[in-house]
Ligand binder design. Structure first.
Ligand code: COA
Length: 307
C-alpha cells in the first residue's frame, strides 16, 4: 500500500545564527564551516520549545477536513518533556478528534522517513495521518564545542499523508553504535549532557549506506535513476550528498539541499525541504522522489515517494 503527501508546511524559529556569530567567541571561521559542511546559517529558537515548533508547523497545514485523520506522529529526539507526548498535548489545540492515535517517537535524524513507514503500516486506504519531524537541537548543544554547535539548527516540518492502494517499498537499516552520535539526556544523577559526535565515523557511515539504499530502492521498483526527479536526503552535510551523487552517478542537481540556511535540523530536515520545494512549485504530480533519512542508532530508512 502506498502513501501520498497531500500537504506540506514548515516552521523555522526567527532567530538566525550565522557562521560569523560563532567566529566572535569560538576558534572557528565561516570558511571552515562552509567548506566542511555547506552550512552558512541556522535558526536557534529563543523563547520556544519543541511543542511550539510542532504546533506552528501543523497549524500552517490548514487542514480543512479533519475527519479522515486517524494518526498524528511526531518524530523528535528533543521533546519538551519525557511525558506527556507532544502529539497528545496538541491534539485539542489542533481541533483533532479524540479517537486518533497520537504518538511521539525517536529515531533521531531518520525519524521522518521512519514515520512514513509507520503511516504505511497503520493507515487504512483512504485514511490520513499528520506526520511531523521537529527538533529543537540548540537546547542539547554545548555552545562552546565548535565540533558540534556549528552543525545543527532548530525547525519543524509537517505533512498531511493519505494512504492509497499502490505499492510502497522501504529500505530499512539499523546498526548498534552507541558511541559515534549520542545524547545521554538527563541521567539518574540529574546531570544533563550535550550531543557528542565522531564526525568522521558518521561521515563514513552515511557515505556507505546512502548509495546502497538508493540502488536497492531503484531495483525493488525496477526503475533507473532517469525515472527519478529528485533525491531528498537528510540534510547533514553537503559533502556527504555530493559524494553520494558521484558514487551513484546521479546528477548532483537532483539532490535538493537547503542546509546552507538551516544546518542539520534532524527529523525536521526532510519535511522542511519538501515544503520548500512544494512552495517553489518544483513538485508536480507523478514525479518520483527518493527520500532517505539517516542518523544516530546508527539507523537509516529510505523510500520512493510518488508526488
Ligand atoms: N571550526 C574549526 N575547526 C574545527 C571545527 C570548527 N567548527 N570543528 C572541528 N574542528 C577541527 C577539529 O578540532 C580538528 O582539529 P585538530 O586536527 O587540531 O584536532 C580539525 O578541525 C579536523 O576535525 P575533523 O573532525 O577531522 O574534521 P572533518 O574534516 O571530519 O570535518 C565534520 C568535521 C563534522 C564537518 C565532518 O566529519 C562531518 O560532517 N561529519 C558528518 C557529521 C554529520 O553529518 N552528523 C550528523 C549525522 S545525522
Amino acid at each position: 500500500m502506498g502513501l501520498k503527501i497531500l500537504k506540506t508546511s514548515s516552521y523555522l524559529p526567527r532567530n538566525v545564527v550565522t557562521n560569523n556569530d560563532f567566529e566572535k567567541y569560538l576558534d572557528t571561521s565561516d570558511e571552515w564551516i562552509s567548506s566542511r559542511t555547506g552550512i552558512k546559517e541556522r535558526r536557534f529558537a529563543v523563547d520556544e520549545d519543541t511543542s511550539d515548533l510542532v504546533y506552528k508547523s501543523v497549524d500552517k497545514l490548514n487542514i480543512e477536513d479533519k475527519s479522515k485523520i486517524d494518526l498524528i506522529l511526531v518524530a523528535t529526539f528533543t521533546s519538551d518533556k519525557a511525558m506527556p507526548t507532544i502529539s497528545s498535548s496538541i491534539q485539542k489545540r489542533l481541533g483533532l478528534m479524540e479517537d486518533i492515535f497520537a504518538i511521539d517517537f525517536n529515531m533521531a535524524c531518520t525519524g521522518f522517513v521512519a514515520g512514513l513507514k509507520l503511516c504505511e503500516k497503520y493507515l487504512d486506504t483512504g485514511r490520513q495521518a499528520i506526520l511531523i519531524g521537529a527538533d529543537l537541537i540548540s537546547k542539547t548543544l554545548d555552545k562552546n564545542d565548535r565540533g558540534t554547535v556549528v552543525l545543527f539548527g532548530d525547525g519543524a516540518g509537517a505533512t498531511l499523508i493519505e494512504k492509497n492502494n499502490k505499492q510502497q517499498y522501504f529500505e530499512i537499516g539499523t546498526r548498534s553504535n552507541d558511541e559515534c552520535l549520542k545524547l545521554n539526556g538527563r541521567n539518574i544523577k540529574n546531570e544533563s549532557s550535550f550531543i557528542s559526535m565522531n564526525g568522521k565515523e558518521v561521515f563514513r557511515f552515511a557515505t556507505e549506506v546512502l548509495p546502497v539504499t538508493i540502488e536497492k530502492l531503484l531495483k525493488e521498483k525496477n526503475i533507473t535513476i532517469d525515472d527519478i526527479d529528485y533525491v531528498v536526503c537528510h540534510q547533514a552535510n553537503y559533502r556527504i550528498l555530493n559524494y553520494v551523487a558521484k558514487k551513484t552517478k546521479i546528477q548532483v542537481e537532483k539532490f535538493y539541499m537547503n542546509l546552507d540556511k538551516y544546518g542539520n535540523t534532524s527529523a525536521a530536515s526532510i519535511p522542511i525541504v519538501l515544503d520548500e520545494m512544494n512552495s517553489k512549485g518544483l513538485l508536480k504530480q507523478g514525479q518520483r522522489i527518493i527520500t532517505i533519512g539517516f542518523g544516530a542508532g546508527l539507523s537509516w530508512v529510505g523510500t520512493i515517494l510518488e508526488w
